[in-house]
Write a protein that binds this ligand. Structure first.
Ligand SMILES: *Cc1c(COP(=O)(O)O)cnc(C)c1O
Length: 370
């Protein structure tokens, strides 16, 4: 990999392998057949950078994109051709309808008020406006509930001004393949949508795709698996790793047995130790809960994080690694230390590990771009 001078000298880097994202999408799209796979790129493509990810996925043939909020969709709009669906999962806040319609966006309609407001916008413009209707089947977060669906079934004219692109639902625990809720939600979804005007269906997230025919629909909505998170926890990860984070060694010091490291002295050396201080911290998305729990990767070896992770710095025990020199890069996430493993050590999920990179200071490098 040829680096520009600033890439080579950056204190820390987030490297995103767009070839791997593309291959993961092709894989998921194949598994979704005869339906198709969309790409969920909310939260800045799970922290990795929505614009480069979307540009690459469009070249692969992605025709449907999902973000969470209007602002995210508007930011992406210039990069997305008008015939590619750009949908807003959270729907619109009251008053955002005009702007969304002007931008040709497809809101998810999550409640009767949203249907009314979108229909009013459509009538005011004298056109039908595209939308996705979300039927809740147990998440109880967003989407029309049982009684609201029943009322809509009694009066489907409420949807007259809406061009219904998809009806969708969302799994409660698709990553637990043997959870009976999965089949129950699919059953409820089909029973409820049968009461409404016909439309193509959208059911599975990443893990849902791996539930097989049970969760088949016209449009799967994978996010996490595109970015290399394991959609089948407890089984080998079928996706290609996408993300590498590395930070350079700023300083090396030798400490005596009995000395402590960092804030609140949470780690004490049991032997003479060599400690590397590296240029990343919780402000770079490396969770403070990884203090004395996380591991780095240097010269083919795992090196333990010792002491508190602070805002800008992390300390690593490199006593046994002679390759540890100032300027060397220690990997914090990568193929050897997958984000799912970092998440387990941090007491969270891989989604939170990746999205935390969204606000981080890392120099970003995209492999396989353009
Ligand atoms: C975030 C989200 C997805 C994508 O889920 P992954 O588990 O990341 O694949 C799909 N559908 C909805 C409604 C979502 O909120």
């Amino acid at each position: 990999m040829a680096l520009t001078p600033s890439e080579a000298t950056a204190a820390s880097r987030l490297i995103v392998d767009l070839d791997a994202v593309a291959e993961n999408w092709r894989r998921l799209n194949g598994l979704a057949a005869p339906g198709r796979a969309a790409a969920v790129v909310k939260a800045n493509a799970y922290g990795l950078g929505a614009v480069p990810v979307v540009r690459r996925l469009l070249r692969e043939g992605v025709r449907h994109l999902f973000v969470a909020r209007l602002q995210e969709a508007l930011a992406l709009r210039p990069a997305v051709p008008p015939d590619v669906m750009l949908a807003v999962l959270n729907g619109l806040c009251p008053g955002e309808e005009e702007e969304a319609a002007d931008a040709g966006l497809v809101p998810v309609l999550n409640d009767p008020g949203a249907i009314e407001r979108w229909s009013a916008a459509a009538r005011a413009r004298g056109e039908r406006l595209p939308a996705i209707l979300h039927l809740d089947t147990g998440m109880n977060r967003l989407g029309l509930g049982r009684r609201e669906i029943e009322r809509l079934a009694q009066d489907p004219s409420a949807l007259a001004a809406v061009d219904l692109r998809f009806v969708m639902t969302h799994f409660v625990s698709a990553e637990c393949a043997d959870d009976p809720r999965n089949a129950e939600q699919v059953r409820l979804f089909h029973a409820r949508r049968a009461r409404l005007p016909p439309a193509p269906t959208s059911i599975a997230n990443s893990s849902g795709i791996f539930l097989g025919p049970l969760a088949a629909s016209d449009l799967a909505r994978p996010g996490a698996a595109l970015y290399g998170l394991n959609p089948t926890p407890g089984r080998p990860n079928p996706m290609r790793p996408v993300v590498t984070v590395e930070a350079r060694i700023l300083q090396l010091r030798e400490i005596e047995a009995g000395e402590t490291i960092g804030y609140n002295a949470t780690w004490r050396a049991e032997r003479v130790s060599r400690i590397a201080t590296i240029a990343a911290g919780y402000a770079d998305g490396y969770h403070r809960s990884l203090s004395n729990r996380g591991v780095g990767w240097l010269a083919g070896r795992r090196v333990p994080i010792v002491g508190r992770v602070s805002m800008d710095l992390i300390t690593v025990d490199v006593t046994d690694v002679s390759e540890a020199v100032p300027g060397a890069a220690v990997r914090l996430i990568g193929p050897e230390i997958p984000p799912d493993e970092v998440a387990a050590a941090a007491g969270t999920n891989g989604y939170e590990i990746l999205t935390a990179l969204g606000a981080a200071r890392h120099h970003r490098v995209y492999l396989g771009a353009a």
